[in-house]
Design a protein around this ligand. Structure first.
Ligand code: EPU
Length: 455
């Protein structure tokens, strides 16, 4: 595989120590200031969008996380020249020499991330064909790609499943389509946007996801020359155009990172100012935060978070935007173990996102995961015989334990539980956290966390 980092980026990344196993000495509140990065869930998609332009793009506030490195490397495999921009944290992506890549090189990225699926539309427009390796990402459910493939077929793509991945071709080019998503999937909405902007004719997408990161991707595409309008009731209209140019764009802030730090302040009884966090994109989170006994102060340059008194139990249902994000529940649950009474967290986006609670129970929490969540009419994920609702009874003192990180958000929650707990914890497999949190160890140290990298 090619080198994932340029010299400059490698030096910057080197400032963050690497490690898989942490020895955490808990019981210390996290206090201080952190700066939130650009959103993982926008940056990677905007990088893919650069393939659609006929001139270089500049993306600013790109987080230094492994998902970004995987996409960078895949773009390079396809002949896109990626260099660090003059502004720290910016990338220049030049697609003018993009070429068809060798399958072995693409295959080297198999299982590394879910973003490669979004290369389909741009590569079909550019090269008439695409090969997408088996996808990775967090193991939090089945994570099928049927919505993506159905939509691509409606645009006129021919999809062939191979043992190692998926080959797509568009012998007659791609045309606009009328697409209705069965569920407002973030990825499938992005797939449609990235494909429709250059397809011949108009595309009407119904049942679209409307997350702020998707609106930011629409802004990127509009800068490139796309014509996209957003109608009420999750309808997006895209008028295909013949050519797009490069863009210059600053990534929206990472709402998930901001919410993670907010919950860390709550769980450890600390006080954290999250520079760069904005209120509008976090309204739903802030409501629940307040109901759970959290206090926040929205300022010009960020939001300060801490407890406002004793923590209170809440009932939360994860949902697509503008609901409470599925990525926000894991760190919040750590705080809810310290609330007086019974909290209920319904997970309606993924069918298997409570695996991380086992480790919290090992640390003294009382969390029971029930297979049945909300009644069927309210559930966006069809009923499956899997976990759906977590009942958290508190307060229960947390104590140190030896735990293994299961996935990105669950792993973050293990880390803050260890920081909140009395005594020492060993947290294994923390490397996965670099998928979504830039310079996590550096930021934790700056907030006063007491830990050593021991493996
Ligand atoms: N789904 C299908 N078929 C599809 C696509 C999705 O059944 O073809 C189902 C999924 O299995 C899931 C639900 O639809 O049950 C939602 O999936 P969605 O497509 O919305 O999620 P995604 O695009 O794969 C992104 C984020 C996730 C975030 C979700 C929901 C990226 C790279 N990932 O995933 O982020 O949880 O949207 O907001 O943008 C994370 O940051 O840790 C993370 C997992």
């Amino acid at each position: 595989m090619k080198t994932l980092l340029s010299d400059e980026a490698a030096q910057a990344a080197a400032a963050e120590p690497a490690g898989e196993v942490l020895l955490v000495r808990g019981g210390r509140p996290l206090r201080g200031r952190v700066t939130v990065t650009g959103a993982k869930n926008l940056a990677t998609k905007a990088m893919v969008a650069s393939l659609l332009g006929d001139s270089p793009s500049t993306l600013r506030d790109v987080p230094q996380i492994s998902d970004v490195r995987v996409v960078r490397s895949l773009l390079e495999v396809h002949g896109v020249k990626v260099t660090d921009g003059a502004e720290p944290g910016s990338l220049v992506l030049d697609p003018t020499d993009a070429v068809s890549a060798h399958m072995e090189e693409i295959d080297a990225h198999a299982g590394a991330s879910r973003i490669p699926i979004l290369f389909c539309g741009p590569l079909l427009h550019l090269l008439g064909e695409a090969f997408i390796p088996d996808l990775g990402g967090c193991r939090i459910g089945d994570r099928p790609i049927n919505f993506h493939l159905d939509a691509l077929r409606q645009f006129g793509a021919v999809v062939e499943k191979l043992p190692t991945g998926i080959r797509l071709s568009a012998p007659e080019g791609l045309h606009g389509a009328n697409i209705e998503l069965p569920y407002p999937s973030v990825g499938a909405t992005e797939q449609v946007l990235l494909t429709a902007v250059r397809a011949a004719g108009v595309t009407e997408l119904r049942g679209a996801a409307i997350e702020p990161e998707i609106m930011d991707l629409i802004a990127v595409l509009q800068k490139m020359g796309a014509i996209i309008s957003y109608e009420p009731n999750r309808v997006i209209l895209i008028e295909g155009v013949d050519a797009l140019t490069g863009y210059d764009h600053r990534c929206i802030f990472d709402r998930n990172e901001a919410a993670s730090w907010a919950s860390a302040a709550l769980a450890t009884d600390g006080d954290i100012f999250v520079e760069g966090a904005k209120q509008q994109e976090m309204l739903t989170f802030l409501n629940i935060y307040r109901k759970a006994g959290g206090w926040f102060d929205v300022r010009e340059d960020g939001i300060q978070f801490r407890r406002g008194g004793p923590l209170k139990p809440v009932i939360v249902e994860t949902d697509v935007h503008p609901g409470f994000m599925t990525d926000w529940q894991q760190p919040l649950i750590v705080a809810l173990t310290q609330a007086e009474g019974e909290s209920v967290v319904h997970e309606t986006v993924y069918e298997n996102r409570f695996g991380f609670t086992d480790a919290l129970n090992k640390m003294g929490a009382s969390i029971v995961v029930h297979r049945d969540g909300l009644d069927a009419p309210y559930r966006r994920v069809p009923r499956r015989a899997l976990e759906q609702a977590a009942v958290v009874t508190g307060p229960t003192p947390l104590h140190g334990a030896d735990v293994v990180v299961p996935d990105l958000r669950g792993g973050y929650s293990h880390l803050i539980a260890a920081l909140a707990a009395d005594g020492e914890s060993t947290v294994r497999g923390v490397g996965i956290l670099s998928r979504g949190y830039e310079k996590l160890f550096t930021k934790l140290s700056a907030l006063g966390a007491d830990f050593d990298i021991v493996g």
